[in-house]
Write a protein that binds this ligand. Structure first.
Ligand code: CP
Ligand code: NVA
Length: 306
Protein backbone atom coordinates (compact mmCIF):
# COMPACT_ATOMS: atom_id res chain seq x y z
CA UNK A 1 0.00 0.00 0.00
CA UNK A 2 1.01 3.63 -0.52
CA UNK A 3 2.18 5.73 2.40
CA UNK A 4 -0.70 6.28 4.77
CA UNK A 5 -2.69 9.47 4.12
CA UNK A 6 -3.44 12.07 6.78
CA UNK A 7 -6.79 13.13 5.31
CA UNK A 8 -9.77 11.72 3.43
CA UNK A 9 -10.87 14.57 1.18
CA UNK A 10 -11.59 12.73 -2.06
CA UNK A 11 -11.17 9.20 -3.40
CA UNK A 12 -8.82 10.75 -5.98
CA UNK A 13 -6.09 10.56 -3.32
CA UNK A 14 -6.64 6.85 -2.65
CA UNK A 15 -5.38 3.80 -4.51
CA UNK A 16 -7.31 0.67 -5.43
CA UNK A 17 -5.37 -1.20 -2.70
CA UNK A 18 -6.28 1.34 -0.03
CA UNK A 19 -9.95 1.34 -1.02
CA UNK A 20 -10.04 -2.46 -1.04
CA UNK A 21 -8.29 -2.56 2.34
CA UNK A 22 -11.01 -0.37 3.88
CA UNK A 23 -13.80 -2.40 2.23
CA UNK A 24 -12.40 -5.61 3.76
CA UNK A 25 -11.97 -3.93 7.12
CA UNK A 26 -15.60 -2.71 7.01
CA UNK A 27 -16.72 -6.30 6.71
CA UNK A 28 -14.67 -7.42 9.75
CA UNK A 29 -15.90 -4.47 11.79
CA UNK A 30 -19.53 -5.13 10.84
CA UNK A 31 -19.20 -8.71 12.15
CA UNK A 32 -17.76 -7.60 15.49
CA UNK A 33 -18.68 -4.13 16.71
CA UNK A 34 -16.16 -4.37 19.58
CA UNK A 35 -13.16 -4.53 17.28
CA UNK A 36 -10.82 -1.55 17.81
CA UNK A 37 -13.04 -0.35 20.69
CA UNK A 38 -10.10 1.54 22.31
CA UNK A 39 -8.61 2.97 19.12
CA UNK A 40 -9.78 6.52 19.79
CA UNK A 41 -9.49 6.42 23.58
CA UNK A 42 -8.82 9.97 24.91
CA UNK A 43 -9.20 11.37 21.41
CA UNK A 44 -11.72 14.02 20.37
CA UNK A 45 -13.05 14.30 16.83
CA UNK A 46 -15.31 17.19 15.89
CA UNK A 47 -17.97 17.33 13.21
CA UNK A 48 -18.15 20.76 11.60
CA UNK A 49 -21.32 20.81 9.55
CA UNK A 50 -22.57 23.62 7.33
CA UNK A 51 -25.38 21.58 5.79
CA UNK A 52 -28.05 19.30 7.23
CA UNK A 53 -27.31 15.64 7.85
CA UNK A 54 -28.93 12.59 9.38
CA UNK A 55 -26.83 9.60 8.32
CA UNK A 56 -23.36 11.15 8.18
CA UNK A 57 -23.74 12.87 11.54
CA UNK A 58 -25.28 9.91 13.36
CA UNK A 59 -22.99 7.29 11.88
CA UNK A 60 -19.87 9.30 12.72
CA UNK A 61 -21.11 10.09 16.24
CA UNK A 62 -21.97 6.45 16.91
CA UNK A 63 -18.84 5.13 15.17
CA UNK A 64 -16.45 7.45 17.04
CA UNK A 65 -18.13 6.45 20.33
CA UNK A 66 -17.84 2.74 19.48
CA UNK A 67 -14.11 3.26 18.84
CA UNK A 68 -13.73 4.76 22.32
CA UNK A 69 -13.48 8.40 21.21
CA UNK A 70 -15.28 11.59 22.06
CA UNK A 71 -17.32 13.30 19.35
CA UNK A 72 -18.09 17.02 19.38
CA UNK A 73 -20.81 18.30 17.04
CA UNK A 74 -20.27 21.87 15.90
CA UNK A 75 -22.95 23.95 14.31
CA UNK A 76 -20.90 25.98 11.81
CA UNK A 77 -23.04 29.09 12.39
CA UNK A 78 -22.09 29.25 16.06
CA UNK A 79 -18.34 29.60 15.41
CA UNK A 80 -16.26 32.74 14.95
CA UNK A 81 -15.84 31.74 11.30
CA UNK A 82 -19.34 33.10 10.85
CA UNK A 83 -18.03 36.48 12.07
CA UNK A 84 -15.04 36.49 9.77
CA UNK A 85 -12.28 34.45 11.45
CA UNK A 86 -10.41 32.86 8.58
CA UNK A 87 -10.58 29.16 7.80
CA UNK A 88 -6.77 29.01 7.99
CA UNK A 89 -6.68 30.46 11.52
CA UNK A 90 -9.55 28.24 12.60
CA UNK A 91 -7.75 25.19 11.27
CA UNK A 92 -4.64 26.07 13.31
CA UNK A 93 -6.71 26.45 16.48
CA UNK A 94 -8.77 23.29 15.91
CA UNK A 95 -5.53 21.32 15.65
CA UNK A 96 -4.48 22.44 19.14
CA UNK A 97 -7.57 20.88 20.76
CA UNK A 98 -8.75 18.08 18.55
CA UNK A 99 -7.50 14.83 17.05
CA UNK A 100 -9.64 14.96 13.93
CA UNK A 101 -12.29 16.84 12.05
CA UNK A 102 -15.16 15.76 9.81
CA UNK A 103 -16.44 18.61 7.64
CA UNK A 104 -19.67 18.91 5.67
CA UNK A 105 -19.72 22.07 3.62
CA UNK A 106 -20.15 23.68 0.22
CA UNK A 107 -16.77 24.20 -1.46
CA UNK A 108 -14.18 21.45 -1.72
CA UNK A 109 -11.60 24.23 -1.15
CA UNK A 110 -12.81 24.52 2.47
CA UNK A 111 -11.84 20.94 3.39
CA UNK A 112 -8.53 21.47 1.59
CA UNK A 113 -7.78 24.62 3.60
CA UNK A 114 -8.48 22.79 6.87
CA UNK A 115 -6.28 19.88 5.78
CA UNK A 116 -3.40 22.12 4.67
CA UNK A 117 -3.39 24.48 7.64
CA UNK A 118 -4.06 22.01 10.43
CA UNK A 119 -2.11 19.02 11.63
CA UNK A 120 -5.06 16.71 12.35
CA UNK A 121 -6.83 14.33 9.94
CA UNK A 122 -9.65 15.98 8.00
CA UNK A 123 -12.48 13.86 6.59
CA UNK A 124 -14.82 15.11 3.89
CA UNK A 125 -18.38 14.48 5.10
CA UNK A 126 -19.78 15.88 1.80
CA UNK A 127 -19.04 18.92 -0.30
CA UNK A 128 -20.73 20.24 -3.44
CA UNK A 129 -18.14 18.25 -5.43
CA UNK A 130 -17.62 14.96 -3.59
CA UNK A 131 -19.12 12.55 -1.05
CA UNK A 132 -16.28 10.04 -0.55
CA UNK A 133 -17.58 8.52 2.74
CA UNK A 134 -20.82 7.62 0.99
CA UNK A 135 -19.05 5.88 -1.85
CA UNK A 136 -16.54 4.03 0.31
CA UNK A 137 -19.55 2.65 2.16
CA UNK A 138 -21.47 1.90 -1.05
CA UNK A 139 -18.52 -0.06 -2.45
CA UNK A 140 -18.61 -2.11 0.75
CA UNK A 141 -22.37 -2.68 0.30
CA UNK A 142 -21.85 -3.84 -3.29
CA UNK A 143 -19.05 -6.15 -2.16
CA UNK A 144 -21.37 -7.64 0.51
CA UNK A 145 -23.75 -8.56 -2.30
CA UNK A 146 -20.87 -10.38 -3.99
CA UNK A 147 -21.18 -8.07 -7.00
CA UNK A 148 -18.05 -5.94 -6.80
CA UNK A 149 -16.17 -7.33 -9.77
CA UNK A 150 -15.58 -6.81 -13.47
CA UNK A 151 -18.89 -8.46 -14.45
CA UNK A 152 -20.98 -5.91 -12.49
CA UNK A 153 -23.41 -3.77 -14.47
CA UNK A 154 -24.22 -0.72 -12.39
CA UNK A 155 -26.15 2.22 -13.79
CA UNK A 156 -26.46 5.53 -11.99
CA UNK A 157 -29.45 7.53 -13.23
CA UNK A 158 -30.45 11.14 -12.63
CA UNK A 159 -28.49 14.19 -11.56
CA UNK A 160 -24.74 14.33 -12.07
CA UNK A 161 -23.76 15.55 -8.61
CA UNK A 162 -21.29 15.04 -5.75
CA UNK A 163 -22.43 11.44 -5.16
CA UNK A 164 -21.98 10.53 -8.81
CA UNK A 165 -18.56 12.23 -8.97
CA UNK A 166 -17.28 10.09 -6.11
CA UNK A 167 -18.97 6.99 -7.51
CA UNK A 168 -17.24 7.49 -10.87
CA UNK A 169 -13.88 7.94 -9.18
CA UNK A 170 -14.38 4.84 -7.00
CA UNK A 171 -15.33 2.67 -9.97
CA UNK A 172 -12.57 4.04 -12.17
CA UNK A 173 -10.01 3.34 -9.44
CA UNK A 174 -11.25 -0.24 -8.96
CA UNK A 175 -11.37 -0.94 -12.69
CA UNK A 176 -15.10 -1.69 -12.72
CA UNK A 177 -17.46 -0.51 -15.47
CA UNK A 178 -20.19 2.02 -14.80
CA UNK A 179 -22.97 3.51 -16.91
CA UNK A 180 -24.52 6.91 -16.26
CA UNK A 181 -28.05 7.61 -17.48
CA UNK A 182 -28.31 11.37 -17.59
CA UNK A 183 -29.61 14.32 -19.56
CA UNK A 184 -27.30 15.84 -22.13
CA UNK A 185 -27.95 19.14 -20.38
CA UNK A 186 -26.78 17.89 -16.98
CA UNK A 187 -23.68 15.81 -17.47
CA UNK A 188 -20.71 15.54 -15.07
CA UNK A 189 -18.25 18.43 -15.39
CA UNK A 190 -15.55 18.26 -18.05
CA UNK A 191 -12.88 18.20 -15.35
CA UNK A 192 -14.41 15.17 -13.60
CA UNK A 193 -14.94 13.33 -16.88
CA UNK A 194 -11.39 13.98 -17.99
CA UNK A 195 -10.06 12.66 -14.67
CA UNK A 196 -12.23 9.53 -14.55
CA UNK A 197 -11.69 8.63 -18.22
CA UNK A 198 -7.98 8.88 -17.59
CA UNK A 199 -8.17 6.69 -14.46
CA UNK A 200 -10.45 4.24 -16.26
CA UNK A 201 -7.96 3.87 -19.06
CA UNK A 202 -5.27 2.92 -16.54
CA UNK A 203 -7.50 0.52 -14.58
CA UNK A 204 -9.34 -1.01 -17.52
CA UNK A 205 -12.87 0.12 -16.65
CA UNK A 206 -15.39 1.52 -19.10
CA UNK A 207 -17.44 4.59 -18.28
CA UNK A 208 -20.44 5.23 -20.48
CA UNK A 209 -22.84 8.18 -20.57
CA UNK A 210 -26.24 7.24 -22.02
CA UNK A 211 -29.07 9.69 -22.56
CA UNK A 212 -31.93 7.24 -22.96
CA UNK A 213 -32.93 5.97 -19.48
CA UNK A 214 -34.24 2.57 -20.60
CA UNK A 215 -31.10 1.90 -22.65
CA UNK A 216 -28.95 3.04 -19.71
CA UNK A 217 -30.46 0.51 -17.27
CA UNK A 218 -30.80 -2.31 -19.78
CA UNK A 219 -29.50 -5.51 -18.12
CA UNK A 220 -28.38 -3.67 -14.97
CA UNK A 221 -27.57 -5.55 -11.75
CA UNK A 222 -27.79 -2.34 -9.75
CA UNK A 223 -29.56 0.96 -10.37
CA UNK A 224 -28.34 3.84 -8.20
CA UNK A 225 -30.00 7.24 -7.96
CA UNK A 226 -29.89 10.41 -5.87
CA UNK A 227 -31.90 13.62 -5.52
CA UNK A 228 -32.31 15.93 -8.49
CA UNK A 229 -31.58 19.04 -6.42
CA UNK A 230 -28.72 18.85 -3.94
CA UNK A 231 -28.24 20.86 -0.77
CA UNK A 232 -27.18 24.40 -1.51
CA UNK A 233 -28.48 24.24 -5.07
CA UNK A 234 -31.36 26.44 -6.26
CA UNK A 235 -34.62 24.64 -7.08
CA UNK A 236 -35.11 24.68 -10.83
CA UNK A 237 -38.37 23.61 -12.44
CA UNK A 238 -36.61 23.31 -15.76
CA UNK A 239 -34.03 20.89 -14.31
CA UNK A 240 -36.66 18.78 -12.56
CA UNK A 241 -38.70 18.57 -15.77
CA UNK A 242 -35.57 17.61 -17.70
CA UNK A 243 -34.63 14.87 -15.22
CA UNK A 244 -38.15 13.50 -14.77
CA UNK A 245 -37.63 10.89 -17.47
CA UNK A 246 -34.87 9.43 -15.29
CA UNK A 247 -37.24 8.67 -12.41
CA UNK A 248 -36.57 5.22 -10.94
CA UNK A 249 -40.00 3.65 -11.16
CA UNK A 250 -41.39 0.18 -11.87
CA UNK A 251 -41.40 0.78 -15.61
CA UNK A 252 -37.71 1.66 -15.64
CA UNK A 253 -36.94 -1.44 -13.53
CA UNK A 254 -38.55 -3.64 -16.17
CA UNK A 255 -35.57 -2.91 -18.47
CA UNK A 256 -33.03 -4.11 -15.87
CA UNK A 257 -32.42 -7.65 -14.57
CA UNK A 258 -35.45 -9.02 -12.65
CA UNK A 259 -33.48 -9.10 -9.40
CA UNK A 260 -31.89 -5.67 -9.94
CA UNK A 261 -30.82 -4.02 -6.69
CA UNK A 262 -31.80 -0.43 -6.01
CA UNK A 263 -29.43 1.96 -4.25
CA UNK A 264 -29.98 5.52 -3.06
CA UNK A 265 -27.68 7.39 -0.67
CA UNK A 266 -30.75 8.96 0.99
CA UNK A 267 -32.53 11.15 1.89
CA UNK A 268 -34.94 10.24 -0.93
CA UNK A 269 -37.52 12.53 -2.42
CA UNK A 270 -40.23 9.97 -2.91
CA UNK A 271 -42.15 10.30 -6.17
CA UNK A 272 -39.42 12.56 -7.59
CA UNK A 273 -36.21 10.68 -8.44
CA UNK A 274 -37.61 7.41 -7.07
CA UNK A 275 -41.11 6.10 -6.41
CA UNK A 276 -42.25 4.60 -3.11
CA UNK A 277 -43.16 1.42 -4.99
CA UNK A 278 -39.48 0.99 -5.88
CA UNK A 279 -37.78 2.19 -2.71
CA UNK A 280 -40.07 -0.02 -0.61
CA UNK A 281 -39.77 -3.01 -2.96
CA UNK A 282 -37.79 -6.20 -2.37
CA UNK A 283 -35.21 -4.93 -4.87
CA UNK A 284 -34.31 -2.02 -2.64
CA UNK A 285 -31.18 -2.28 -0.47
CA UNK A 286 -31.22 1.32 0.76
CA UNK A 287 -31.47 0.46 4.47
CA UNK A 288 -28.51 -1.93 4.31
CA UNK A 289 -26.74 0.83 2.38
CA UNK A 290 -27.52 3.39 5.10
CA UNK A 291 -26.39 1.04 7.90
CA UNK A 292 -23.09 0.42 6.20
CA UNK A 293 -22.10 4.07 6.59
CA UNK A 294 -21.38 3.22 10.22
CA UNK A 295 -19.15 0.23 9.49
CA UNK A 296 -17.30 1.79 6.56
CA UNK A 297 -16.56 5.03 8.42
CA UNK A 298 -15.27 3.05 11.41
CA UNK A 299 -12.97 1.26 8.94
CA UNK A 300 -11.85 4.62 7.57
CA UNK A 301 -11.07 5.84 11.10
CA UNK A 302 -9.11 2.64 11.79
CA UNK A 303 -7.14 3.21 8.59
CA UNK A 304 -6.37 6.84 9.53
CA UNK A 305 -5.62 6.32 13.24
CA UNK A 306 -3.86 2.98 13.62
N1 CP B 1 -26.39 10.04 2.57
C1 CP B 1 -26.09 11.01 3.44
O1 CP B 1 -25.00 11.55 3.46
O2 CP B 1 -27.11 11.32 4.28
P1 CP B 1 -27.16 12.58 5.25
O3 CP B 1 -27.29 13.80 4.39
O4 CP B 1 -28.38 12.35 6.09
O5 CP B 1 -25.91 12.62 6.08
N1 NVA C 1 -26.48 14.99 -3.57
C1 NVA C 1 -27.06 15.12 -2.26
C2 NVA C 1 -26.54 14.08 -1.34
C3 NVA C 1 -27.12 14.11 0.04
C4 NVA C 1 -26.55 13.06 0.94
C5 NVA C 1 -26.76 16.51 -1.72
O1 NVA C 1 -25.63 16.98 -1.84
O2 NVA C 1 -27.68 17.14 -1.19
Amino acid sequence: MDKKKKDFLTLRDYSKEEIEYMINLSSKIKKDRNLYCDLLSKKSIALLFNKQSTRTRLSFEAGITQLGGNCIYLDADSLQIKRGETLEDSARVFSRYLDGLVIRTFEQKTVEIFAENGTIPVINGLTDTYHPCQILSDLFTISELGLLDKSLRLTYVGDCNNVLNSLLIGFAKLGIDITVGCSQKYEPSKEILEYVYNQAEKSGSHIKLVHDPSVAVSGADIIYTDVWVSMGEKDSEEKIAELSKFQVNEKLLSFAKPDVKIMHCLPAHRESEITSAVIDSKNSIVWQQAENRLHAQKALLVYLYS
